[in-house]
Design a protein around this ligand. Structure first.
Ligand code: KG4
Ligand code: ZN
Length: 336
């Protein structure tokens, strides 16, 4: 008999539900919260209220799109953390009630592990062990992935995440939140002619706060000389910033590969949707002899398909959660 898993994701500002059948995605429905554009960033209280409005219609739509009946679902997988507590609690409470009402198991999922396991949403799959660069709005990590839920953190950001570097740069340029996709689009028509410094950070860790300050001073200096500097150079500024963020990320990823001797390389998380990062990874991969893995766009940013995939592999091992589990704002990727 087929196994159907309902996945639910609500850790930040996207409400998402997915149905997985024996490891294959049947539906993946996400409601984005446009309201945060008004504030230039995610407002936690506003996000959790929007999750409350979205959760029922999003789950209904995922079940309908999958063409199954609610009663066919065998287990509910849900994001427990890391994320915004008020947002997590909406998805987790809903998942608990859903599991209880159908008398099926509840499975808790680590959002950072799930971003990586999005690579198992569809073939080709990476083989273990592989290295994954996870780049999102809240995290920048290099992870050694030994098995589905056996992971080791090799390096991470000491301050801002890569996504934040994109979003904060966008704010300075007057772009809407989240600015990552807009910078990506503008960069395609620009030339990386401005040079921003590469931070000197030890080991496999990252730092992006110095870059943010360098961009701020660069803009202030040039705006003094030409008040239209941003408007006249927007695409070139975007291309230059993107180039530097990509080079910071990929030089550490190359270092991790060389140090471990692992050539099975993946990228995950919202920033892995960036076309500059995707293209440069391919080029570097060819030079380094990597087997590179990039997921489809819809599995890069927050989505419930990745939660369902992660949940499925726990389901196979019978790793179920109790009804009294609580959400957790911090949740290390190496947690077993
Ligand atoms: O993984 P994600 O959807 O949510 C978190 O868990 O944080 O990542 C969101 C981040 C935002 O910072 C957004 O600007 C960035 O991913 N992002 C991008 C692109 N698409 C999304 N950054 C650069 N280029 C993109 N195409
Ligand atoms: Zn995420």
């Amino acid at each position: 008999m087929a196994t159907y898993i309902l996945g639910i994701e609500s850790s930040c500002d996207d409400t998402s539900a997915a149905i997985l059948c024996d490891g294959k995605i049947l539906s993946n429905v996400t409601a984005n919260q446009e309201i945060h554009k008004l504030y230039g960033g995610v407002v936690p209280e506003v996000a959790s209220r929007a999750h409350q409005e979205n959760i029922v219609p999003v789950v209904d739509a995922a079940i309908k799109k999958a063409g199954i009946k609610m009663e066919q679902i065998n287990a509910v997988a849900v994001t427990r953390g890391p994320g915004l507590l008020g947002s997590l609690i909406v998805g987790l409470s809903y998942a608990k009630a859903f599991a209880l009402s159908l008398d099926i198991p509840l499975i808790e999922v680590n959002h950072m592990q799930a971003h990586i396991l999005a690579h198992f949403a569809e073939a080709p799959y990476p083989t273990f062990p592989f290295i994954c660069l996870t780049v999102s709005g809240g995290h920048t990590q290099i992870v050694l992935v030994k098995d589905y839920h056996d992971m080791e953190l090799l390096g991470e950001t000491l301050d801002d995440a890569a996504g934040e570097a994109f979003d904060k740069t966008g704010k300075l340029l007057g772009l809407d939140y989240p600015a990552g996709p807009l910078i990506d689009k503008l960069a395609r028509t620009g030339e990386a002619k401005f040079d921003f410094p590469e931070p000197q950070v030890q080991g496999l860790n990252f730092s992006f706060s110095g870059l943010k300050t360098a961009i701020l001073y660069f803009l202030q200096k040039n705006l003094k000389e030409n008040p239209n500097f941003i408007e006249e150079n927007k695409a070139d500024i975007c291309a230059s910033v993107q180039d530097r963020i990509v080079s910071i990320l990929l030089s550490k990823l190359r270092k991790a590969s060389r140090q471990t001797g692992i050539k099975e390389i993946a990228i995950a998380g919202g920033v892995s949707a960036n076309s500059g990062l995707r293209n440069t990874l391919q080029q570097m991969g060819e030079k380094e002899g990597w087997n590179s893995f990039i997921t489809r766009m819809e599995y890069c940013t927050d989505n419930a398909a990745m939660i369902a995939v992660a949940g499925f592999h726990k389901y196979l091992k019978g790793e179920f959660a109790e009804q009294d589990i609580t959400p957790t704002a911090r949740y290390a990727v190496g947690t077993k």
